[in-house]
Design a protein around this ligand. Structure first.
Ligand code: NAD
Ligand code: TYD
Length: 340
């Protein structure tokens, strides 16, 4: 079998970064190209272990830059495109929606054109359960692949728009695509603007943790390595044109998540600070992963084992997240909330 060329967009970010490491280590016969624009969320220091490997390559490029993307595809003739690159933070999409449309919608369309022009074997679009909107608190309701798309935030609206473009390129041009819609991820290298790494880093620094509203909103948490394995499976075995939901039935309220982290780190719950709720805050997300399980996926972590591993990782890798929170992110955060 000839060497396969895999383009991973957003491979300097949280999930794309974990995926690049997974692929480089697991498939020495694949050449893995990490394409990333290195926005505030992109960081290459996480790849110090793999950057010397012969099958790892880095390309700095903007997915919305048509000329650059087309000439890269023309030169490299990729077999697979695994598309993670995006603006990913809901709070930022509320204050600065425009960049979400540019990157998530226009950027995806440019990649689709390139994938079509240079006939890739598979285009996997990494999407989110947030495109389905929100569920109420009835624990027997779940998002399936048939749930209508009803995105509520500018972030989820931009992701839903890109999902529809991916679908259209399959229907119109026969592009071999899959869309994955995963629940909230957590794990190593999670950027500390998101709830779990923000809580761990702030608790370790004895700083207050902002909980939006009453803290009763529910998210369905999945360890990032289980998400990476799901994408690996879908890129190889997914049926063209199909959507696969990814989730491991780990629903927790935000308050439960924050309290678990505080108690694991043996700190005081006095650090919890209830702050003004997020605008349009989705109540609950919960995934039905039956279709993916039938394809052969089974998660390795449950929330208890996954959060313990993650907290330990943040304890062992303080340098990584300290370098990040001392930069631009901290300024952004301080602009939004006044914390004790
Ligand atoms: P992230 O914000 O950590 O990383 C995004 C990466 O994309 C960064 O490295 C950034 O530099 C890069 N990027 C941004 N704009 C770019 C551009 N114009 N060109 C090239 N690169 C660009 O995001 P994440 O949490 O790793 O999410 C990755 C993907 O997974 C996103 O598409 C997101 O919608 C999806 N997703 C995330 C979650 C989650 O819980 N984090 C859950 C389900 C799906
Ligand atoms: P987040 O990690 O931003 O992911 P998403 O909005 O994509 O689900 O937020 C997870 C949940 O935690 C969400 O309900 C909002 C809430 N939250 C807080 O209560 N405080 C915070 O500081 C942040 C960032 C999020």
């Amino acid at each position: 079998m000839k060497r396969q060329k895999v383009l991973v967009t957003g491979g300097a970010g949280f999930i794309g970064g974990n995926f690049v490491q997974h692929m480089v280590k697991k498939y020495p016969n694949y050449d893995v190209y990490n394409l990333d624009f290195l926005t505030y969320a992109g960081d290459l220091t996480k790849h110090s272990e793999i950057e010397k490997e012969d099958n790892y390559f880095f390309v700095k490029a903007d997915i919305a830059n048509r000329e650059e993307i087309m000439s890269l595809f023309e030169k490299e003739k990729f077999d697979y495109v695994i598309h993670f690159a995006a603006e990913s933070h809901v709070d930022r999409s509320i204050t600065e929606p425009e960049i979400f449309i540019r990157t998530n919608v226009l950027g995806t369309q440019v990649l689709l054109d390139a994938a079509k022009e240079y006939a890739v074997t598979k285009f996997v679009h990494v999407s989110t359960d947030e495109v389905y909107g929100e569920l109420d608190f009835d624990p027997n309701t779940f998002f399936t692949e048939e749930t209508p798309l009803e995105p509520n935030s500018p972030y989820s609206a931009s992701k839903a728009s890109s999902d529809l473009l991916v679908r259209a390129y399959h229907e119109t041009f026969g592009l071999p695509v899959n869309i994955t819609r995963c629940s909230n991820n957590y794990g190593p290298y999670h950027f500390p603007e998101k709830l779990i790494p923000l809580t761990i880093s702030r608790v370790l620094n004895e700083q207050t943790v902002p909980v939006y509203g009453d803290g009763k909103n529910i998210r369905d948490w999945l360890h990032v390595l289980d998400h990476c394995k799901a994408i690996d499976l879908v890129m190889h075995d997914g049926v063209n044109g199909e959507v696969y939901n990814v989730g491991g039935h780990n629903e927790r309220t935000n308050l439960e998540v924050v309290k678990t982290i505080i108690s694991t780190l043996e700190k005081s719950e006095d650090l919890i600070e209830f702050v003004t709720d997020r605008l349009g805050h989705d109540k609950r997300y919960a995934i039905d992963p039956t279709k993916l399980e039938k394809l052969g996926w089974k998660p390795e972590f449950n929330f208890e084992t996954g959060i313990a591993q993650t907290i330990q990782w943040y304890l062992d890798n303080k340098e990584w997240w300290e370098q990040i929170i001392s930069g631009e992110y901290q300024n952004y955060f301080d602009k939004q909330y006044t914390l004790k």
